[in-house]
Design a protein around this ligand. Structure first.
Ligand SMILES: [Cu+2]
Length: 123
């Protein structure tokens, strides 16, 4: 009986492993909520960035909110190299970063250790 149990657990682990490596982990790009004057998008920080890609409309002032739900030191800061932003997400539940949208471009962001990545696309 215990052998059967071990076999079943083994099979489950193998399937899980295959799913992890070969399964499709597509993450949908998040769209911003746009009205006439501005646009906003929220990224949930929990074991990574969700969504990790946000698409903004060119020419509309934009704010990206980082909703902090992670307690690890790894994700405590978010860094936008191109914008010179290094924000501490642990000071308040939600941290807002202003994104320039005057030209179509991409802004990459990462955690303070450059382990988790995401990007904001302006188009
Ligand atoms: Cu990190």
């Amino acid at each position: 009986m215990s052998q059967l149990l071990v076999l079943i657990i083994g099979v489950i682990l193998i399937v899980a492993l295959f799913w992890w490596f070969f399964g499709k982990h597509t993450e949908a790009a998040g769209d911003a909520t746009v009205n006439d004057q501005n646009q906003e998008a929220t990224i949930v920080v929990k074991g990574g960035y969700s969504p990790s890609t946000v698409v903004l409309k060119k020419g509309v002032p934009a704010k990206v909110h980082f909703d902090m739900k992670d307690s690890t030191a790894c994700l405590s800061h978010v860094v936008f190299d191109k914008l010179g932003v290094n924000a501490d997400l642990t000071k308040q539940p939600v941290t807002t970063v202003d994104i320039p949208t005057d030209k179509a471009t991409e802004y990459n962001f990462a955690c303070g250790m450059d382990m988790f990545h995401g990007k904001v696309i302006v188009k």
